[in-house]
Ligand binder design. Structure first.
Ligand code: CMC
Length: 443
């Protein structure tokens, strides 16, 4: 895809797709709608009404669930654009808060708007003091993602003045609050698990540096924030900020389609992100690398990943949309070397192991044929571990970064005049109607 070249005028094209139903002998026409780039869609909203059939697409591999102007992915070419800007350029030149503004508002901000946004976010970073007691209800060994789901959902009980989804001002305040408070919620989930006191936000620090401070400082000792580590953290946040209609984003949209408040919707998104096939994969990558242990065992694990009778998969490999190198993984691969060098890590055996695994898998026919490339989670865990994060925090960091994507997509949906409650149908294969059998007559 070259810059601006393939931009088409989005909308109904006048073209049609005809379905011939051999059961009834009838034909049905469905309009084709173009986007600005990427595959066009067949508008099947009248499909059931016209034909009496439902479409069937488990996993939504062929279904466009909404119209969106936020993020574009070309999985074959390995392209990811936020509002049209390539992820590599944003990772190199922008900052996470600027990217947040881009995703939420649609354009890169002017210098003045940029400062105003940063100020809004900075002054919403504190949590309601009462929320501390909420944390204390969890076991100390609770997984921090469990704490994230609970505390993010609980925000709706604390910020009643920003839960009216039909009030534009409240929607904006809720968006700012979520972006601002998520690092505090995440850092406190970590502090709680270690038994250390909660550390309050510092408004003189950048978003990423403040998060590192709340996570690693103690009341007795400041955390010495390496500029390059804060920069790498910021870059990780940028790379994870949005990814169009993935499982957690679709969850947020579906939850929001019923009119649920934004805090509840984000809690639903966090729950969906937790799974190992989605955001939980970064944690699973390190567990897997630990299990492999040494380079000589890589072929054995690659063999297991290819064995259909073995449920083991190479974590951090493959993607529903990317059938090429995940552009986020390419940026992180580079960052990984830089951060380790900056932190003075001469030799990281896990990185060596990861690179060996990548080398062997990329040469293997099984992975080549299926276009299974390393994804964003393959390298992020190694950087995060070098920064001092325990593996249980990896998906939490993904949730902090993805909050802006979720909220931008939620806002777009609420403001879309075509929005309806999401209500898929099904192919029912259970019992047909049958009479109730009293317990004494059951076999
Ligand atoms: N290791 C071994 N085989 C794999 C892998 C893997 N990681 N991923 C896919 N395959 C095989 C799969 O067995 C299937 O083979 P066959 O055609 O012979 O049956 C083929 O590749 C297609 O796989 P699929 O499961 O139909 O693909 P999907 O689009 O439904 O799944 C995925 C995508 C990401 C869930 C999957 O690749 C996977 O489980 N990867 C490991 C987990 C992971 O790294 N997830 C992070 C995704 S990126 C971050 C995010 O967006 O959350």
């Amino acid at each position: 895809m070259t810059e601006g070249s393939s931009a088409i005028k989005p909308g109904v094209t006048g073209d049609i797709v005809t379905l011939k139903d051999h059961r009834s002998g009838k034909s049905f026409d469905f309009p084709v709608v173009d986007g600005s780039v990427g595959p066009s869609v067949v508008d099947v909203r009248k499909f059931y009404g016209d034909t009496g059939y439902f479409t069937y697409d488990p996993g939504y591999t062929s279904t466009g669930s909404c119209e969106s102007k936020i993020t574009y992915i070309d999985g074959d070419e390995g392209v990811l654009l936020y509002r049209g800007y390539p992820i590599e350029e944003l990772a190199e030149n922008s900052s996470f808060l600027e990217v947040c503004q881009l995703l939420l508002e649609g354009e890169l901000p002017s210098a003045e708007r940029k400062v105003a946004f940063e100020t809004h976010i900075t002054y919403h970073t504190m949590l309601h003091e009462q929320l501390q007691y909420f944390y204390r209800g969890f076991r100390r060994d609770a997984h921090p993602m469990a704490v994230m789901v609970g505390v993010a959902g609980a925000l709706s009980a604390f910020y009643h003045d920003s839960t009216d989804i039909y009030d534009e001002k409240q929607r904006i305040i809720a968006s700012h609050r979520l972006i601002a408070k998520m690092p505090t919620i995440a850092a406190w989930a970590y502090k709680y698990s270690t038994g250390q006191p909660f550390i309050y936000p510092r408004n003189d620090l950048s978003y990423a540096a403040n998060f590192l401070h709340m996570t690693f400082a103690t009341p007795c000792e400041e955390y010495d924030i390496h500029r390059s580590v804060a920069r790498a953290m910021d870059r990780i946040f940028i790379l994870h900020a949005d990814h169009e209609q993935n499982a957690s984003t679709s969850t947020v949209r579906l939850a929001g389609s019923s009119g649920a408040n934004p805090f509840a919707c984000i809690a639903a998104g966090i729950a969906s992100l937790w799974g190992p096939a989605h955001g939980g994969a970064n944690e699973a990558v390190l567990t897997m690398l630990g299990e492999i242990g040494t380079k000589d065992r890589v072929p054995e694990f690659v063999k297991r990943a290819k064995d259909k009778d073995d449920s083991f998969r190479l974590m951090g490999f493959g993607h529903r949309v990317y059938k090429n190198y995940d552009p986020r993984a390419a940026v992180l691969r580079q960052s990984c070397h830089e951060v380790l060098e900056e932190l003075g890590v001469q030799h990281e055996p896990l990185l060596d192991l990861a690179m060996e695994l990548e080398r062997i898998a990329l040469e293997d026919d099984y992975f080549v044929k299926r276009k299974l490339f390393p994804n964003v989670d393959f390298y992020s865990g190694i950087i995060l571990r070098a920064m001092g994060f325990p593996t249980s925090m990896f998906t939490v960091l993904f949730a902090v970064a993805r909050t802006v994507g979720w909220i931008a997509q939620w806002k777009e949906m609420i403001e879309d005049p075509q929005q309806k409650i999401g209500r898929p149908r099904q192919l029912y294969t259970g019992h047909v109607k049958r009479p109730y059998v009293p317990v004494e007559k059951r076999g």
